[in-house]
Design a protein around this ligand. Structure first.
Ligand code: C5P
Length: 395
């Protein structure tokens, strides 16, 4: 970010305190930051704090005539390389979507000819409200980058999406916006499942699929490197968490289904996990060998991929995996239609024991099948993420 100039507009909301840290992070990365605080923003952070952190004058008032003479609001809005709104309140986004310019912040936003990145923060109900959904869609259609808020406990005591992302994550999105080639998936949320599931028979025995988790973890890592915010729902595997990836560990298919649901909304889903198709009613105590082979009461597990594809919150791009021992391409094509996903990556597992470092796959989409050479799983991940970037960003 060396030498880049950022105009940071700070809206009113408890998350405004994080904008102080954002100023520090951006400056540490080499950018200069000029701050504008709305009237309600000043209830949470003072211009003096921001002036000290940015080592620059802080702008608050459209009708500060002395400043209009020194620096008109048009000039202020155009001297930056990027305009960032963090936190953006529901009210501020509504005004931006409507083109209202009734204070310095909204006037700058209407007058600017520079790219604008918006980091919303608000109560979960306000974020979910149809009016806010409409305004966010309008801003995105107008070409602004609107980050999705983080999910978690909120200052108001509720839980859900609405938290301002961490300053480092906002800074990553800003860096990506300033250099789009480096991070094509910045601002996107990618959901990945990986590994097997374990379905308990009793406290010591499980039913499992053979899966190392290597391919899914490699895909999560490649998505994060491409700038996506990644949630990795991992079954029981012993692999380190890739850098920058948010990992949720689960054991069973039911837990994986719940974790996938809780991670929505997402822009991209890559469902790599080898989910057990069945579970049994687990015995509360260890079954004794002497009692002979147990009678197991089998039940079907939820199909996480098919459920996601049919859900109201279906991500824009859903990719499933299919491990096949024969006719991988044909079986994968049928699976793509059956599950309702956009692409299927069909693995040919006939020659390769699972857990190896390499993979031979076919990428199946609506227009046909691509047969990729055998290659390292990390390379499969990189090629797949390149295709995802092409599909979502048209690069
Ligand atoms: O039906 P099959 O298991 O062959 O489909 C594989 C694909 O479906 C993978 O993407 C896998 O993650 C997903 N799947 C799932 N839930 C299941 C079974 C498979 O999401 N219960």
């Amino acid at each position: 970010m060396n030498g880049k100039r950022i105009l940071l507009i700070i809206g009113g909301g408890i998350a405004a305190y994080k904008s102080c840290e954002l100023v520090r992070v951006l400056r540490r990365r080499g950018a200069s930051v000029r701050c504008v605080v709305t009237a309600s923003g000043q209830k949470f952070v003072t211009p003096m704090t921001l002036a000290a952190l940015s080592e620059d004058k802080v702008y608050t008032d459209l009708f500060d005539l002395k400043d209009e003479a020194e620096m008109g609001h048009i000039q202020l809005s155009r001297q930056a390389d990027l305009v960032v709104v963090a936190p953006a309140t529901a009210d501020l986004m509504a005004k931006m979507a409507a083109g209202i310019a009734d204070d310095l912040a909204t006037t700058l936003l209407l007058a600017t000819d520079k790219p604008v990145l918006v980091a919303p923060a608000m109560n979960v109900r306000m974020w979910d409200h149809p009016a806010t959904r409409r305004n966010v869609a309008t801003l995105r259609a107008d070409g602004l980058t609107v980050l999705n808020p983080d999910e978690g406990p909120m200052a108001c005591g509720e839980f859900g999406p609405g938290r301002l992302p961490d300053p480092e994550a906002i800074a990553d999105a800003i860096a990506a916006q300033l250099d789009p080639a480096a991070k094509p998936l910045a601002g996107k949320h990618a959901l990945v499942t990986a590994g097997p599931t374990h379905e308990p028979i009793d406290p010591v025995r499980v039913i499992a699929n053979r899966s190392s988790g290597l391919q899914g973890f490699a895909i999560a890592e490649a998505l994060a490197k491409a700038g996506a915010r990644v949630t990795l729902v991992a079954g029981p595997v012993s692999l380190p968490t890739p850098a920058g990836v948010h990992r949720v560990d689960v054991e069973t298919a039911a837990q994986m289904a719940a974790a996938v649901d809780a991670a929505l909304p997402a822009d991209i889903a890559v469902m790599v996990a080898a989910v057990a198709d069945w579970r049994v009613d687990a015995a509360p105590a260890k079954l004794k060998k002497e009692a002979g082979p147990p009678q197991l009461n089998w039940q079907k597990n939820p199909d996480i991929l098919a459920t996601l594809c049919a859900s109201a919150q279906r991500p824009g791009l859903v990719i499933g995996f299919a491990a096949e021992t024969e006719n991988a391409a044909d079986q994968g094509a049928a699976k793509r239609v059956r599950k309702g996903c956009d692409w299927i990556v069909a693995n040919d597992v006939s020659q390769d024991p699972m857990g190896g470092a390499q993979n031979r796959v076919h990428l199946i989409h609506a227009d046909g099948t691509e047969n990729w050479d055998r290659m390292d799983k990390t390379q499969v991940a990189q090629m797949l993420v390149q295709r995802i970037s092409d599909a979502l960003c048209g690069n």
